[in-house]
Design a binder for this molecule. Structure first.
Ligand code: SAM
Length: 234
């Protein structure tokens, strides 16, 4: 992967970034996403934020190599601390991390006013999507689009959200499966949840062999399996 040839995952994230955006890409590592979008002429300005020195230096190098240092500002900072009011950011991407970490970055950004609530959020959690959707709902965001894709045998979800005047309310099922993914039920979605069932069945089999009484845990997992199966059969 490089700035001209993004991974399928980051390419799909990039497609969701509105044309002409002023983007903050948090956890930017090599700054592949902002550099690629700038080279495509899709975004106007970007901040690439990184908390770790090595990836921060890689991002700086990448931006410099492409002659984009005036349009992409690389900052060594924790989460949304990378964003300043004068950046006039209107889109934030946070990709390739767990949902809990993304939620924590957003929450800290909200609490410190680095996130003003008017930005479009394009989020790609590797796991923990439910936690993230729950935070989005609690903060008055509406999920505008959701994507699910498979790359190198891994399945990724992308959630794009914005704050609207009327807050969206999602059911437990929608928070777990994704309100829009649940409607479209594509092949990758079905595959993901069949894998989730198989993983749980595996754990149940292991627990049954345990010398300690694991009955409660087994019941919980079997209930989860039933709930997932019910959704897939709808
Ligand atoms: N966003 C890129 C992508 O999706 O390919 C890079 C993903 S990489 C797995 C996660 C990056 O997030 C790492 O470079 C890590 O240092 C950075 N990161 C983790 N926590 C962060 C935080 N609180 N603030 C900024 N960057 C963070």
């Amino acid at each position: 992967m490089n700035e001209n040839q993004l991974s399928k995952r980051l390419e799909r994230v990039g497609e969701l970034v509105p044309v002409g955006s002023r983007l903050a890409d948090i956890g930017s590592d090599h700054a592949y996403l902002p550099v690629a979008l700038m080279l495509q002429g899709k975004i106007e300005y970007a901040v690439a934020g990184e908390v770790v020195k090595g990836p921060y230096e890689s991002a700086e190098k990448q931006v410099r190599k492409n002659g984009l240092s005036e349009k992409i500002i690389v900052r060594l900072a924790d989460g949304l601390d990378a964003v300043k009011a004068e950046d006039e950011i209107n889109a934030v991407s946070i990709c390739g991390m767990g949902g809990i970490l993304i939620r924590d970055i957003l929450e800290k950004g909200r609490a410190t006013s680095h996130l003003n609530g008017n930005e479009m959020l394009i989020l790609q959690p590797n796991v923990g999507e439910k936690v993230l959707r729950s935070w989005l709902m609690a903060q008055g965001y509406t999920i505008l689009s959701e994507e699910i894709l498979e790359e190198n045998q891994k399945i990724y979800e992308i959630i794009c959200a914005e704050r609207k005047s009327a807050a969206a309310v999602y059911t437990e099922e929608e928070l777990t499966f994704g309100p829009l993914l649940l409607q479209s039920r594509g092949n990758v979605f079905m595959k993901k949840w069949q894998r989730e069932i198989a993983q749980r069945r595996n754990v149940v089999e292991q627990l049954k062999k345990s010398k300690i009484n694991q009955q409660q845990k087994i019941i919980e997992l079997e209930q989860e399996i039933n709930r997932i199966e019910e959704v897939l059969e709808k």
